[in-house]
Structures are given as C-alpha cells and as structure tokens.
Design a protein around this ligand. Structure first.
Ligand SMILES: NC(=O)c1ccc[n+]([C@@H]2O[C@H](COP(=O)([O-])OP(=O)(O)OC[C@H]3O[C@@H](n4cnc5c(N)ncnc54)[C@H](O)[C@@H]3O)[C@@H](O)[C@H]2O)c1
Length: 333
C-alpha cells in the first residue's frame, strides 16, 4: 500500500483509465476528475465501488472544481484536454479555452498546494517534421504543426518556467502515439485504426506510408508515470522526457505490414500526398538512462492484442458507432 493519492485530470480518457487500473493495482489511491467531453462516462464504471477510487465530475477550466479535486492529494497527472490534431482543428475555441488557457491556468493553480509531483503529459508531435536522418532528443528544436501541439508546447513552457518558484517537482513527459486496449477505446489512433479497418475488410487508405512516428503501449506509459512519481526528485525535477522506446519507432507501412500478418484479405491503398506532414523519429535514450525505462510491449504485441479483441467481437459496433470510439464530437461551451 502507498500513502499517496494521485489526482488524474482527464482520468476518464484512453490513457487515464488504464493508468487508473495500474495505480490502483499498485496500491495507490486515485482521484479522477473529468468532464466526460465525449460522453465517455462508461469508461470509469469499472472503478466505481473500489474504496481507493474517487471520481469527480468537473472541468479543469473551473477553479472551484480544481480546488475540490486537489484537496488531500499528493501528486497530479495532467491528461485533460482535446487530444489530437483533428479535434482541435474542428473546435478551435474550445481548444483555446481548455488546451491553451485552461492547462496553463491549471498548472499555475497547482503551485502552493503542497503537492509532491506534477506530471504534464505532452506529446512527441511537438517535433513536427524533421530531417530523414535526424533523431529528435529532448533538446531538439520544437516545430509544432497544429493547434494541438502548439498548446502542448505552451503548456510545457508554463510548467518549466515555474522551476524557481514552484513548491512541487514538475516533469514533462512527451508521449509517443499510444496503442493498446482501454476501457475508453480509441480507434482514431494509427495502430488501432489500421488494425480495426483491415480486420473489418474496409479498404484502408494510407497517406505518406514512409513517415516515421514513435508508438508506446498504454501499460508502458502507466509504468513510466509510476516511475516518475517514485523517482528521486533530483532526477525528474523540471526535466523533459520523451516517453517511449527506440524499438517502437515505426513507419505507417511497417504497421500495415504487421497487421496484415494477422488479418487475412486486408486491402490497402497508398497515397503519397497526405494532409498530415508529421514525420519524426525520436530518441528515447534519456528516459532509459535516467529512469531505466524501456517499453515491455512492442507494436507487434499491441497489434496481436487488438486483433484478438476484434476476433472476440469486442468492437463489433466500432464502425457504426464512431463517436464512442474516438475524439470526433464534443458539446462544450
Ligand atoms: N493517445 C495518444 O496517442 C497520446 C499521445 C501523446 C500524448 N497524449 C496525451 O495524453 C493525454 C491523454 O490522452 P488520451 O488519449 O487519453 O485522450 P482522451 O481524449 O481519451 O482523454 C482526455 C480526457 O480529458 C477529458 N477532458 C477534456 N476536456 C476536459 C476538461 N476541460 N476538464 C476535464 N476533463 C476534460 C475528456 O473527457 C477525456 O476523458 C493527453 O494529454 C494527450 O495529449 C496522448
């Protein structure tokens, strides 16, 4: 048992629910705050009734909600927001309110509350487009190409700029693109989208198949967050870590080929002029050297896990019920 109580802002999401399971299993107490912006209430149902779990419906842009949520917790993980380029492009005003102003005000609010660690979950998308033979480490120039990544860069700046004055230890984790099963399943992410579409026999249109991205399993992200929570402050204090592992730097074509090893009759069409120019290979040396973190799950294993779940019929409704399985639609003032 741990005496720590971790507040997960955005705890009902794809990452937050798997992280909840992990932390509860490891003996932490968890409080999740979420506004169910995708009507994703169903995702927290497995945790209700667990004496170590508390849920608060609330919004990170509302200071009264934050005040209640922070009371009695030792550490905070900031996950909340509109996640992904398409949803932020579709709702620029909500994105500005939540991802830009909301996150920055929230980070500011957390100062002076006697917290131990504050972890801001950012993204490797911040690197944008980089040269073919380059590898982005944490000091690589950031080149955010979307509203989504621009807000993340601003959030990082806000946290890192508080180094001298903050009473907490702040850490930025730049997540690779996630894969893996979750109570709040998302099929709007590359690995799961490719696996689902090929499994159901839909012709998959893949743009710019040779572009690289890093990927990481949700269970590995959860372990990493626990490692940061438990780390010596000196190691993580206002540090930025790329979160993932070199083994999971993949091109889209490599993902398709791997899915096709497990799905018969998959149909793929390649097109070289996509609207998403992101291409980045990322170095995960620092997180390995400083924290000893390496992923346990490969993209291949993630694909097998997905295909098994699809074969078992778990996501039979995911083609006709798109909104339930991704970040497409919000109703937010
Ligand atoms: N999924 C990925 O591939 C990936 C990659 C890099 C970084 N990240 C980061 O990880 C974090 C979690 O991503 P995810 O995939 O779980 O996304 P998600 O959309 O599944 O989860 C986000 C959660 O935040 C909640 N939320 C939105 N606005 C809120 C608000 N104003 N107040 C309270 N809650 C609010 C949503 O209801 C949702 O439950 C995000 O910060 C994201 O930027 C994710």
């Amino acid at each position: 048992m741990s005496d720590r109580k971790i507040l997960l802002l955005g705890g009902a999401g794809y990452v937050g629910t798997v992280l909840t399971s992990h932390l509860l299993k490891k003996g932490y107490k968890v409080r999740a705050l979420d506004n169910f912006i995708y009507e994703n209430e169903f995702a927290v149902q497995p945790y209700f009734g667990d004496p170590d779990y508390e849920f608060m419906k609330g919004d990170i842009t509302n200071e009264a909600d934050l005040q209640k949520a922070v009371e009695g917790v030792t550490d905070v993980v900031i996950l909340a927001g509109l996640v992904g380029d398409p949803i932020t492009k579709k709702y620029p005003e909500a994105s500005e309110k939540i991802n830009t102003k909301g996150v920055q005000d929230c980070i500011d609010y957390l100062n002076g509350k006697g917290l131990d660690k504050v972890i801001f979950v950012s993204t490797c998308s911040n690197y944008g487009l980089i040269g073919e033979d380059e590898l982005a480490d944490e000091n690589f120039k950031l080149n955010p190409l979307s509203l989504y990544a621009t807000a993340k860069v601003e959030g990082e700046k806000q946290l890192l700029g508080m180094k001298e004055e903050a009473d907490f230890t702040g850490t930025v984790l730049r997540f690779a693109t996630a894969f893996g099963l979750s109570p709040r399943m998302r099929f709007d992410l590359t690995v799961s989208e490719f696996a689902r579409d090929l499994f159901f026999g839909k012709e998959l249109l893949v743009y710019d198949e040779h572009t690289w991205r890093p990927y990481c399993h949700l269970r590995d992200f959860s372990r990493l967050i626990e490692m940061v929570i438990e780390a010596d402050k000196e190691k993580v204090k206002f540090e930025v870590f790329n979160a993932g592992g070199d083994v999971n730097n993949f091109t889209k074509k490599m993902i398709v080929d791997e899915v096709l090893n497990h799905v018969t009759n998959g149909k793929v069409v390649y097109n070289s002029k996509g609207s998403d120019p992101r291409n980045y290979r990322v170095s995960f040396k620092k997180v390995k050297d400083v924290l000893g973190f390496e992923p346990k799950f490969t993209v291949e294993e993630g694909i097998m896990e997905l295909v098994e779940a699809l074969k078992a019929g778990l996501y039979a409704d995911s083609v006709n019920n798109l909104d339930k399985y991704g970040n497409y639609q919000i109703d937010y003032q």
